[in-house]
Design a protein around this ligand. Structure first.
Ligand code: OOG
Ligand code: NI
Length: 468
Protein backbone atom coordinates (compact mmCIF):
# COMPACT_ATOMS: atom_id res chain seq x y z
CA UNK A 1 0.00 0.00 0.00
CA UNK A 2 1.19 3.51 -0.81
CA UNK A 3 2.49 5.52 2.10
CA UNK A 4 0.33 8.28 3.47
CA UNK A 5 1.55 11.86 3.49
CA UNK A 6 1.40 13.28 7.02
CA UNK A 7 -1.35 15.75 7.85
CA UNK A 8 1.38 18.22 8.87
CA UNK A 9 2.89 18.03 5.38
CA UNK A 10 -0.45 18.54 3.70
CA UNK A 11 -1.12 21.55 5.93
CA UNK A 12 2.19 23.11 5.02
CA UNK A 13 1.74 22.43 1.30
CA UNK A 14 -1.72 23.95 1.50
CA UNK A 15 -0.72 27.03 3.48
CA UNK A 16 2.06 27.76 0.97
CA UNK A 17 -0.31 27.31 -1.95
CA UNK A 18 -2.85 29.57 -0.27
CA UNK A 19 -0.22 32.21 0.42
CA UNK A 20 0.91 32.15 -3.22
CA UNK A 21 -2.66 32.42 -4.44
CA UNK A 22 -3.48 35.31 -2.12
CA UNK A 23 -0.29 37.13 -3.09
CA UNK A 24 -1.30 37.01 -6.73
CA UNK A 25 -4.88 38.02 -5.92
CA UNK A 26 -3.99 40.83 -3.48
CA UNK A 27 -0.51 42.24 -4.30
CA UNK A 28 -0.49 44.36 -1.12
CA UNK A 29 -0.33 41.10 0.83
CA UNK A 30 3.05 40.44 -0.81
CA UNK A 31 4.23 43.88 0.28
CA UNK A 32 3.04 43.19 3.82
CA UNK A 33 5.03 39.94 3.91
CA UNK A 34 8.20 41.79 2.92
CA UNK A 35 7.60 44.49 5.50
CA UNK A 36 6.97 41.99 8.30
CA UNK A 37 10.07 39.95 7.36
CA UNK A 38 12.08 43.19 7.43
CA UNK A 39 10.77 44.25 10.86
CA UNK A 40 11.25 40.76 12.29
CA UNK A 41 14.87 40.66 11.16
CA UNK A 42 15.51 44.09 12.70
CA UNK A 43 13.73 43.16 15.92
CA UNK A 44 15.74 39.97 16.35
CA UNK A 45 18.95 41.83 15.59
CA UNK A 46 18.32 44.56 18.15
CA UNK A 47 16.60 42.52 20.80
CA UNK A 48 18.63 39.62 22.05
CA UNK A 49 16.08 38.99 24.78
CA UNK A 50 13.26 38.65 22.27
CA UNK A 51 15.41 36.17 20.42
CA UNK A 52 15.97 34.17 23.56
CA UNK A 53 12.26 34.15 24.30
CA UNK A 54 11.56 32.73 20.87
CA UNK A 55 14.18 30.06 21.13
CA UNK A 56 13.12 26.97 22.95
CA UNK A 57 15.14 23.81 23.01
CA UNK A 58 14.64 23.11 19.35
CA UNK A 59 14.45 26.71 18.21
CA UNK A 60 11.15 25.78 16.65
CA UNK A 61 9.31 28.99 17.49
CA UNK A 62 11.91 30.88 15.44
CA UNK A 63 11.50 28.52 12.54
CA UNK A 64 7.74 28.70 12.47
CA UNK A 65 7.56 32.52 12.55
CA UNK A 66 8.49 32.80 8.87
CA UNK A 67 5.67 30.60 7.64
CA UNK A 68 3.15 31.39 10.36
CA UNK A 69 -0.17 32.68 8.94
CA UNK A 70 -3.81 32.79 9.82
CA UNK A 71 -6.68 33.38 7.44
CA UNK A 72 -10.43 33.77 7.65
CA UNK A 73 -13.46 32.58 5.73
CA UNK A 74 -17.20 33.04 6.20
CA UNK A 75 -19.56 30.16 5.46
CA UNK A 76 -23.27 30.22 4.70
CA UNK A 77 -24.78 26.93 5.84
CA UNK A 78 -24.35 24.01 8.19
CA UNK A 79 -23.35 21.54 5.49
CA UNK A 80 -20.50 23.85 4.41
CA UNK A 81 -19.16 24.02 7.96
CA UNK A 82 -19.44 20.27 8.41
CA UNK A 83 -17.52 19.58 5.19
CA UNK A 84 -14.98 22.28 5.99
CA UNK A 85 -14.29 20.46 9.25
CA UNK A 86 -13.42 17.35 7.20
CA UNK A 87 -11.22 19.41 4.86
CA UNK A 88 -9.25 20.83 7.78
CA UNK A 89 -9.02 17.40 9.43
CA UNK A 90 -6.97 16.23 6.41
CA UNK A 91 -4.53 19.02 7.32
CA UNK A 92 -4.42 18.09 11.00
CA UNK A 93 -6.52 21.06 12.07
CA UNK A 94 -9.30 20.83 14.67
CA UNK A 95 -11.96 23.33 15.72
CA UNK A 96 -10.80 25.16 18.85
CA UNK A 97 -12.93 27.68 20.74
CA UNK A 98 -16.32 29.23 20.09
CA UNK A 99 -16.60 32.91 19.17
CA UNK A 100 -19.99 34.60 19.21
CA UNK A 101 -19.77 37.82 17.21
CA UNK A 102 -23.46 38.76 17.60
CA UNK A 103 -22.90 40.91 20.72
CA UNK A 104 -20.46 42.91 18.58
CA UNK A 105 -23.07 43.40 15.86
CA UNK A 106 -21.94 40.72 13.41
CA UNK A 107 -24.50 38.07 12.38
CA UNK A 108 -21.97 35.22 12.63
CA UNK A 109 -20.45 32.81 15.10
CA UNK A 110 -17.14 31.09 14.60
CA UNK A 111 -14.41 28.70 15.57
CA UNK A 112 -10.71 28.53 14.71
CA UNK A 113 -9.36 25.46 12.93
CA UNK A 114 -5.77 24.86 13.97
CA UNK A 115 -3.29 22.15 14.92
CA UNK A 116 -3.36 21.30 18.63
CA UNK A 117 -0.32 19.08 19.29
CA UNK A 118 2.95 20.71 20.36
CA UNK A 119 4.88 19.15 17.47
CA UNK A 120 2.30 20.09 14.85
CA UNK A 121 2.17 23.67 16.17
CA UNK A 122 5.94 23.89 16.02
CA UNK A 123 5.99 22.70 12.40
CA UNK A 124 3.30 25.06 11.13
CA UNK A 125 0.59 26.62 13.29
CA UNK A 126 -1.59 27.56 10.29
CA UNK A 127 -5.04 28.64 11.52
CA UNK A 128 -8.28 29.58 9.82
CA UNK A 129 -10.90 31.65 11.64
CA UNK A 130 -14.10 30.17 10.24
CA UNK A 131 -17.42 31.95 10.67
CA UNK A 132 -20.91 30.69 9.98
CA UNK A 133 -23.64 33.11 8.97
CA UNK A 134 -26.62 33.13 11.31
CA UNK A 135 -29.52 33.46 8.91
CA UNK A 136 -31.99 33.63 11.78
CA UNK A 137 -30.63 37.08 12.57
CA UNK A 138 -31.91 38.48 9.26
CA UNK A 139 -35.04 40.26 10.35
CA UNK A 140 -36.83 40.56 7.02
CA UNK A 141 -38.51 37.20 6.45
CA UNK A 142 -38.58 37.36 2.65
CA UNK A 143 -34.89 38.28 2.55
CA UNK A 144 -34.06 35.51 5.00
CA UNK A 145 -35.80 32.93 2.83
CA UNK A 146 -34.17 34.28 -0.28
CA UNK A 147 -30.74 33.91 1.34
CA UNK A 148 -31.53 30.37 2.46
CA UNK A 149 -32.64 29.43 -1.08
CA UNK A 150 -29.51 30.83 -2.68
CA UNK A 151 -27.26 29.09 -0.19
CA UNK A 152 -29.18 25.85 -0.51
CA UNK A 153 -28.30 25.71 -4.19
CA UNK A 154 -24.61 26.41 -4.00
CA UNK A 155 -21.84 23.85 -3.74
CA UNK A 156 -18.55 25.39 -2.62
CA UNK A 157 -16.51 22.17 -2.87
CA UNK A 158 -15.43 20.43 -6.07
CA UNK A 159 -16.60 16.85 -6.69
CA UNK A 160 -13.00 15.68 -6.69
CA UNK A 161 -12.41 17.23 -3.26
CA UNK A 162 -15.48 15.49 -1.86
CA UNK A 163 -14.29 12.15 -3.14
CA UNK A 164 -10.81 12.77 -1.72
CA UNK A 165 -12.42 13.42 1.67
CA UNK A 166 -14.09 10.02 1.43
CA UNK A 167 -10.76 8.45 0.50
CA UNK A 168 -9.14 10.08 3.51
CA UNK A 169 -11.88 8.83 5.83
CA UNK A 170 -11.79 5.32 4.41
CA UNK A 171 -8.03 4.91 4.27
CA UNK A 172 -7.05 7.10 7.21
CA UNK A 173 -4.74 9.18 5.00
CA UNK A 174 -3.82 10.29 1.48
CA UNK A 175 -0.93 9.11 -0.66
CA UNK A 176 1.30 11.63 -2.40
CA UNK A 177 -0.76 11.94 -5.59
CA UNK A 178 -3.98 12.32 -3.67
CA UNK A 179 -2.38 14.84 -1.32
CA UNK A 180 -1.28 16.93 -4.30
CA UNK A 181 -4.76 16.73 -5.81
CA UNK A 182 -6.27 17.59 -2.42
CA UNK A 183 -4.26 20.83 -2.14
CA UNK A 184 -5.25 21.91 -5.65
CA UNK A 185 -8.92 21.04 -5.18
CA UNK A 186 -9.22 22.51 -1.67
CA UNK A 187 -7.69 25.76 -2.86
CA UNK A 188 -10.59 26.17 -5.29
CA UNK A 189 -12.98 26.72 -2.40
CA UNK A 190 -10.93 29.68 -1.15
CA UNK A 191 -10.52 31.40 -4.50
CA UNK A 192 -11.90 34.86 -5.26
CA UNK A 193 -14.79 35.08 -7.74
CA UNK A 194 -15.38 38.41 -9.39
CA UNK A 195 -18.80 37.31 -10.66
CA UNK A 196 -21.61 37.64 -8.15
CA UNK A 197 -24.21 34.86 -8.30
CA UNK A 198 -27.13 37.26 -7.85
CA UNK A 199 -28.27 40.39 -9.69
CA UNK A 200 -27.33 43.83 -8.46
CA UNK A 201 -30.72 44.47 -6.87
CA UNK A 202 -30.55 41.31 -4.77
CA UNK A 203 -26.94 42.05 -3.78
CA UNK A 204 -27.91 45.53 -2.60
CA UNK A 205 -30.86 44.19 -0.60
CA UNK A 206 -28.53 41.84 1.30
CA UNK A 207 -25.91 44.54 1.60
CA UNK A 208 -28.50 46.83 3.13
CA UNK A 209 -29.46 44.20 5.72
CA UNK A 210 -25.79 43.67 6.63
CA UNK A 211 -22.68 43.93 4.51
CA UNK A 212 -21.52 40.59 5.81
CA UNK A 213 -24.64 38.89 4.48
CA UNK A 214 -23.93 40.12 0.95
CA UNK A 215 -20.36 38.88 1.26
CA UNK A 216 -21.43 35.39 2.29
CA UNK A 217 -24.53 34.88 0.16
CA UNK A 218 -23.77 36.50 -3.21
CA UNK A 219 -20.66 34.60 -4.35
CA UNK A 220 -19.72 31.11 -5.50
CA UNK A 221 -17.59 30.43 -2.47
CA UNK A 222 -16.09 31.71 0.77
CA UNK A 223 -13.11 33.58 -0.66
CA UNK A 224 -10.24 33.77 1.82
CA UNK A 225 -10.58 37.34 3.08
CA UNK A 226 -7.13 37.85 4.60
CA UNK A 227 -3.91 36.04 5.45
CA UNK A 228 -2.03 37.36 8.42
CA UNK A 229 1.73 37.10 8.99
CA UNK A 230 3.07 37.27 12.56
CA UNK A 231 5.24 40.25 13.43
CA UNK A 232 7.59 40.47 16.38
CA UNK A 233 6.93 44.20 16.74
CA UNK A 234 3.48 45.33 15.74
CA UNK A 235 4.04 48.97 16.73
CA UNK A 236 7.07 49.25 14.45
CA UNK A 237 5.24 47.47 11.65
CA UNK A 238 2.15 49.69 11.99
CA UNK A 239 4.40 52.74 11.94
CA UNK A 240 6.27 51.61 8.83
CA UNK A 241 3.15 50.68 6.87
CA UNK A 242 2.54 54.11 5.26
CA UNK A 243 6.16 54.22 3.96
CA UNK A 244 5.43 50.94 2.21
CA UNK A 245 2.28 52.36 0.64
CA UNK A 246 -0.11 50.58 3.00
CA UNK A 247 -2.76 52.50 4.99
CA UNK A 248 -3.39 50.78 8.34
CA UNK A 249 -6.48 51.16 10.48
CA UNK A 250 -5.91 53.78 13.17
CA UNK A 251 -5.92 51.55 16.23
CA UNK A 252 -4.18 48.33 17.23
CA UNK A 253 -6.67 45.84 18.68
CA UNK A 254 -6.02 43.86 21.85
CA UNK A 255 -3.83 44.52 24.88
CA UNK A 256 -1.37 47.44 24.98
CA UNK A 257 2.36 47.12 24.35
CA UNK A 258 4.01 45.49 27.35
CA UNK A 259 7.35 44.04 28.47
CA UNK A 260 5.71 40.61 28.58
CA UNK A 261 3.37 40.42 25.60
CA UNK A 262 0.08 38.65 26.30
CA UNK A 263 -2.55 37.18 23.99
CA UNK A 264 -2.69 38.85 20.64
CA UNK A 265 -2.37 42.35 19.17
CA UNK A 266 -3.65 42.98 15.67
CA UNK A 267 -4.06 45.67 13.09
CA UNK A 268 -5.25 45.62 9.50
CA UNK A 269 -5.30 47.62 6.29
CA UNK A 270 -8.64 48.52 4.85
CA UNK A 271 -10.50 46.17 2.57
CA UNK A 272 -10.04 46.82 -1.12
CA UNK A 273 -12.92 48.06 -3.21
CA UNK A 274 -12.89 45.45 -5.93
CA UNK A 275 -14.72 45.38 -9.25
CA UNK A 276 -17.37 42.69 -9.56
CA UNK A 277 -19.90 41.72 -12.21
CA UNK A 278 -23.56 40.94 -11.64
CA UNK A 279 -25.40 38.62 -13.98
CA UNK A 280 -28.03 40.36 -16.08
CA UNK A 281 -31.45 40.42 -14.47
CA UNK A 282 -32.95 38.93 -17.64
CA UNK A 283 -31.31 35.64 -16.76
CA UNK A 284 -29.83 35.17 -20.19
CA UNK A 285 -26.40 36.53 -19.41
CA UNK A 286 -26.91 39.63 -21.48
CA UNK A 287 -25.96 43.02 -20.20
CA UNK A 288 -23.85 42.12 -17.18
CA UNK A 289 -23.77 44.98 -14.72
CA UNK A 290 -20.61 46.10 -13.00
CA UNK A 291 -20.27 47.02 -9.36
CA UNK A 292 -17.82 46.87 -6.47
CA UNK A 293 -17.43 44.75 -3.37
CA UNK A 294 -15.21 45.16 -0.31
CA UNK A 295 -14.19 42.00 1.45
CA UNK A 296 -10.52 41.28 1.26
CA UNK A 297 -8.00 43.03 3.46
CA UNK A 298 -4.58 42.66 5.05
CA UNK A 299 -3.74 42.12 8.70
CA UNK A 300 -0.73 41.65 10.94
CA UNK A 301 -0.55 40.23 14.41
CA UNK A 302 1.85 39.94 17.32
CA UNK A 303 1.40 37.02 19.66
CA UNK A 304 2.18 36.80 23.36
CA UNK A 305 1.50 34.49 26.28
CA UNK A 306 -1.66 32.43 26.59
CA UNK A 307 -3.60 33.45 29.69
CA UNK A 308 -5.23 31.18 32.24
CA UNK A 309 -8.97 31.61 32.87
CA UNK A 310 -8.05 33.90 35.72
CA UNK A 311 -5.72 35.97 33.55
CA UNK A 312 -8.28 36.11 30.79
CA UNK A 313 -10.94 37.34 33.22
CA UNK A 314 -8.63 40.13 34.31
CA UNK A 315 -7.89 40.98 30.67
CA UNK A 316 -11.59 41.11 29.77
CA UNK A 317 -12.36 43.27 32.81
CA UNK A 318 -9.56 45.73 32.15
CA UNK A 319 -10.39 45.92 28.45
CA UNK A 320 -14.05 46.63 29.20
CA UNK A 321 -13.11 49.24 31.80
CA UNK A 322 -10.61 50.83 29.41
CA UNK A 323 -13.44 51.71 27.04
CA UNK A 324 -14.30 54.69 29.18
CA UNK A 325 -10.89 56.26 28.82
CA UNK A 326 -10.03 55.14 25.28
CA UNK A 327 -13.41 55.93 23.74
CA UNK A 328 -12.98 58.15 20.71
CA UNK A 329 -9.19 58.06 20.88
CA UNK A 330 -6.93 56.85 18.10
CA UNK A 331 -3.33 55.87 17.46
CA UNK A 332 -0.66 56.61 20.06
CA UNK A 333 -3.06 58.59 22.29
CA UNK A 334 -5.37 55.60 22.45
CA UNK A 335 -2.45 53.25 23.18
CA UNK A 336 -1.23 55.48 25.99
CA UNK A 337 -4.64 55.50 27.65
CA UNK A 338 -4.86 51.73 27.17
CA UNK A 339 -1.46 51.19 28.83
CA UNK A 340 -2.67 53.25 31.75
CA UNK A 341 -5.87 51.21 31.98
CA UNK A 342 -3.81 47.98 32.08
CA UNK A 343 -1.52 49.12 34.88
CA UNK A 344 -3.00 46.48 37.18
CA UNK A 345 -2.04 43.60 34.90
CA UNK A 346 1.34 42.34 36.18
CA UNK A 347 4.04 42.72 33.56
CA UNK A 348 6.85 40.39 34.58
CA UNK A 349 7.01 36.66 33.94
CA UNK A 350 7.56 35.62 37.54
CA UNK A 351 4.45 37.41 38.77
CA UNK A 352 2.35 36.19 35.84
CA UNK A 353 3.41 32.67 36.76
CA UNK A 354 3.12 32.91 40.54
CA UNK A 355 -0.29 34.53 40.36
CA UNK A 356 -1.52 31.95 37.86
CA UNK A 357 -2.34 34.54 35.20
CA UNK A 358 -0.47 33.04 32.22
CA UNK A 359 0.43 29.52 31.10
CA UNK A 360 4.04 28.42 31.17
CA UNK A 361 5.89 25.37 29.95
CA UNK A 362 8.96 24.00 31.62
CA UNK A 363 12.27 22.54 30.65
CA UNK A 364 15.33 21.48 32.63
CA UNK A 365 18.34 23.78 32.53
CA UNK A 366 21.52 22.50 30.94
CA UNK A 367 23.31 20.32 33.47
CA UNK A 368 20.39 20.39 35.87
CA UNK A 369 21.70 17.93 38.41
CA UNK A 370 23.07 19.71 41.42
CA UNK A 371 19.79 20.39 43.17
CA UNK A 372 18.97 19.89 46.81
CA UNK A 373 16.10 17.45 46.77
CA UNK A 374 15.83 17.39 50.57
CA UNK A 375 14.98 21.04 50.94
CA UNK A 376 12.27 21.04 48.28
CA UNK A 377 8.70 21.85 49.24
CA UNK A 378 6.03 19.31 48.35
CA UNK A 379 3.29 21.69 47.27
CA UNK A 380 3.27 21.89 43.45
CA UNK A 381 3.46 25.67 43.02
CA UNK A 382 6.14 26.08 45.65
CA UNK A 383 8.10 23.18 44.17
CA UNK A 384 8.06 24.81 40.72
CA UNK A 385 9.29 28.09 42.15
CA UNK A 386 12.02 26.39 44.17
CA UNK A 387 13.32 24.51 41.14
CA UNK A 388 13.36 27.68 39.10
CA UNK A 389 15.10 29.55 41.90
CA UNK A 390 17.77 26.85 42.18
CA UNK A 391 18.37 27.17 38.45
CA UNK A 392 17.33 23.57 37.84
CA UNK A 393 14.32 24.31 35.67
CA UNK A 394 13.28 27.11 33.34
CA UNK A 395 9.82 28.42 32.57
CA UNK A 396 8.76 29.88 29.26
CA UNK A 397 5.37 31.46 28.46
CA UNK A 398 3.20 29.36 26.15
CA UNK A 399 2.30 31.25 22.99
CA UNK A 400 -1.37 32.13 22.54
CA UNK A 401 -2.58 30.19 19.50
CA UNK A 402 -6.17 31.47 19.39
CA UNK A 403 -8.21 34.60 18.69
CA UNK A 404 -10.01 37.33 20.61
CA UNK A 405 -13.67 38.03 19.88
CA UNK A 406 -13.53 41.74 20.71
CA UNK A 407 -10.49 42.19 18.46
CA UNK A 408 -12.10 40.09 15.74
CA UNK A 409 -15.15 42.34 15.84
CA UNK A 410 -12.87 45.37 15.53
CA UNK A 411 -11.21 43.79 12.49
CA UNK A 412 -14.57 42.88 10.94
CA UNK A 413 -15.80 46.43 11.54
CA UNK A 414 -12.78 48.15 10.09
CA UNK A 415 -13.03 46.24 6.84
CA UNK A 416 -16.78 46.52 6.57
CA UNK A 417 -16.66 50.27 6.98
CA UNK A 418 -18.43 52.40 9.55
CA UNK A 419 -22.03 51.59 10.22
CA UNK A 420 -21.28 47.94 9.48
CA UNK A 421 -22.44 46.82 12.90
CA UNK A 422 -25.98 46.21 14.03
CA UNK A 423 -27.59 45.25 17.28
CA UNK A 424 -28.44 41.64 17.82
CA UNK A 425 -29.95 40.17 20.94
CA UNK A 426 -27.59 37.97 22.92
CA UNK A 427 -28.58 34.30 22.63
CA UNK A 428 -26.62 31.22 23.51
CA UNK A 429 -25.99 29.67 20.12
CA UNK A 430 -22.98 27.53 20.81
CA UNK A 431 -25.02 24.31 20.68
CA UNK A 432 -26.43 25.31 17.26
CA UNK A 433 -22.92 25.95 16.01
CA UNK A 434 -21.67 22.60 17.23
CA UNK A 435 -24.63 20.82 15.65
CA UNK A 436 -23.77 22.44 12.32
CA UNK A 437 -20.10 21.61 12.79
CA UNK A 438 -20.90 17.98 13.55
CA UNK A 439 -18.73 17.94 16.67
CA UNK A 440 -17.92 19.97 19.75
CA UNK A 441 -15.18 22.59 19.68
CA UNK A 442 -12.12 22.04 21.85
CA UNK A 443 -11.63 24.17 24.94
CA UNK A 444 -8.51 26.27 24.42
CA UNK A 445 -7.84 26.64 28.15
CA UNK A 446 -7.80 22.87 28.58
CA UNK A 447 -5.27 22.58 25.72
CA UNK A 448 -2.88 25.09 27.30
CA UNK A 449 -3.27 23.50 30.72
CA UNK A 450 -2.45 20.08 29.30
CA UNK A 451 0.64 21.43 27.56
CA UNK A 452 1.86 23.09 30.74
CA UNK A 453 1.20 20.01 32.88
CA UNK A 454 2.86 17.68 30.41
CA UNK A 455 6.06 19.70 30.31
CA UNK A 456 6.18 19.97 34.09
CA UNK A 457 5.53 16.28 34.63
CA UNK A 458 8.33 15.43 32.18
CA UNK A 459 10.76 17.68 34.11
CA UNK A 460 9.80 16.21 37.48
CA UNK A 461 10.15 12.69 36.15
CA UNK A 462 13.61 13.42 34.80
CA UNK A 463 14.56 14.76 38.23
CA UNK A 464 13.18 11.67 39.91
CA UNK A 465 10.60 13.83 41.68
CA UNK A 466 7.54 12.40 40.00
CA UNK A 467 4.64 11.87 42.34
CA UNK A 468 3.75 8.21 42.75
C1 OOG B 1 -12.66 37.41 10.46
C2 OOG B 1 -12.11 38.44 11.39
C3 OOG B 1 -11.45 37.76 12.58
C4 OOG B 1 -9.10 37.90 13.48
O1 OOG B 1 -7.88 37.92 13.24
O2 OOG B 1 -9.55 38.18 14.59
C5 OOG B 1 -10.00 37.54 12.39
C6 OOG B 1 -13.36 37.97 9.27
O3 OOG B 1 -13.32 39.17 8.99
O4 OOG B 1 -13.98 37.13 8.57
O5 OOG B 1 -9.51 37.09 11.40
NI1 NI C 1 -7.51 37.83 11.23
Amino acid sequence: MARHVSCDDIRTRFSHAMSDMYRSEVPQYGTLLKLVADINAQTLYHDARGKAALTDRSGSEMARIEIERHGAIRLGKAQELDTMRRVFAVMGMSPVGYYDLAPAGMPVHATAFRPVDDDALALNPFRVFTSLLRLELIEDEALRERAADILEQRQIFTDRLLSLLDTFDEQGGLDDDDATAFVIEALETFRWHSHATVDAKTYHAFHQAHRLIADVVCFHGPHINHLTPRTLDIDATQQAMPEWGIAPKATIEGPPRRDCPILLRQTSFKALEEPILFPAADGEGRGEQSGTHTARFGEIEQRGAALTRRGRKLYDELLAASREVTHGLEGETQQKALREAFRDFPDDEATLRREGLAWFEYQLSDGANGFEAQSLPSERGALVEALIEQGVMQARPITYEDFLPVSAAGIFRSNLGDGGAQHYAATDSRADFETALGTTVEDEFALYERRSERSLTACLEQLGLSPA
